[in-house]
Design a protein around this ligand. Sequence first.
Ligand SMILES: N[C@@H](Cc1c[nH]c2ccc(O)cc12)C(=O)O
Length: 475
Amino acid sequence: MEAPEFKDFAKTMVDFIAEYLENIRERRVLPEVKPGYLKPLIPDAAPEKPEKWQDVMQDIERVIMPGVTHWHSPKFHAYFPTANSYPAIVADMLSGAIACIGFTWIASPACTELEVVMMDWLGKMLELPAEFLACSGGKGGGVIQGTASESTLVALLGAKAKKLKEVKELHPEWDEHTILGKLVGYCSDQAHSSVERAGLLGGVKLRSVQSENHRMRGAALEKAIEQDVAEGLIPFYAVVTLGTTNSCAFDYLDECGPVGNKHNLWIHVDAAYAGSAFICPEYRHLMKGIESADSFNFNPHKWMLVNFDCSAMWLKDPSWVVNAFNVDPLYLKHDMQGSAPDYRHWQIPLGRRFRALKLWFVLRLYGVENLQAHIRRHCNFAKQFGDLCVADSRFELAAEINMGLVCFRLKGSNERNEALLKRINGRGHIHLVPAKIKDVYFLRMAICSRFTQSEDMEYSWKEVSAAADEMEQEQ
Ligand SMILES: N[C@@H](Cc1c[nH]c2ccc(O)cc12)C(=O)O
């Protein structure tokens, strides 16, 4: 493809994208296709001769759209949001054009340097302690990871390397295998499953601490630590979740952090979804105790209008992570080593895309004010839905409304609620997923779309109540 044709193709695609997103509300949010739907729609093998881009464009509606779940529809309320904005889409186009692999500074200096500055901008927006920021002149700094799960694992591996060194110094007679077998980390029973997985991948024990009202408390964490120490184990790491997946609950960081510090644990804060809200001063009390953390992570790709993937992670002392994974083949060495971060040491894969561009575009083209307005709008929509819900005596809230998430259920059995959800998703007009805490099954209404208006929330409520009406009529 030559440039003139590329320009036509790309312009057509830009028009298509704008049409798609602006009219997304009209599409059925959940596709009706069955597994295997796509294969018969396209040939069995790649074409020998080139086709026309117009033919490819045609096939988007025919082949792809019938099988798309429309995550950016105001009728999509499943999981948590994933972000989408025009500035981020355009930035990804440029990233695709530069198409560098920014594993070291010299591999594309702008890729590394913009990331360092963007992580400082973002850290300042959240009022993170200066120790986390590169601009403070200390050891700290930020990095863009792919997902929060990756950040949890990277932090765990850094914590493991740190504790291994400490214990080896204390007990030179112990071999590494013995020490590793004694290491134990902690998280709340409400933490995301990726924390347990990080323990499995890192080859260490992970203990789940019973939460109180869905939130981990310092005393419960300390009790677990003390029990383990009494049994000869070595506590090394704790994940504090700010905004759990089930109910968007907040662990008490101001209690758990100091407990972790006292027992010399690495404290990692996983604020994957809710962290974006900390750009609004009124939510920052929920991150009280942040100065006690060693690493902090949230996903601008969830709730801050930066398209997937962009998971922001800060470390007070990245050297533990950098040294834990350091391999240094000749072909990756360069003369400037040491004067700027070589991000390949901060992450699991070697390759990395120019993701800082989308942060830069979004932060500049929205401004902090509009990003704050986006968060506040979503929180207000959640309140609106919550009010509609409690005004109907058939329903109850299953948890306090936090951020843009409403956890609700029909009064009565889990089975009734399972039937309700099946009916709602079966109608296909809105899409929700369930959760269960302590054997209580409930539905989660997450506010996800940038396009959501107050009328959309009324529509979604009507769908829920219509499904409940149907159930009553059938009884
Ligand atoms: N998709 C997420 C998974 C994840 C990790 N930690 C979380 C905390 C809350 C939450 O709702 C989801 C997650 C990721 O970025 O890996």
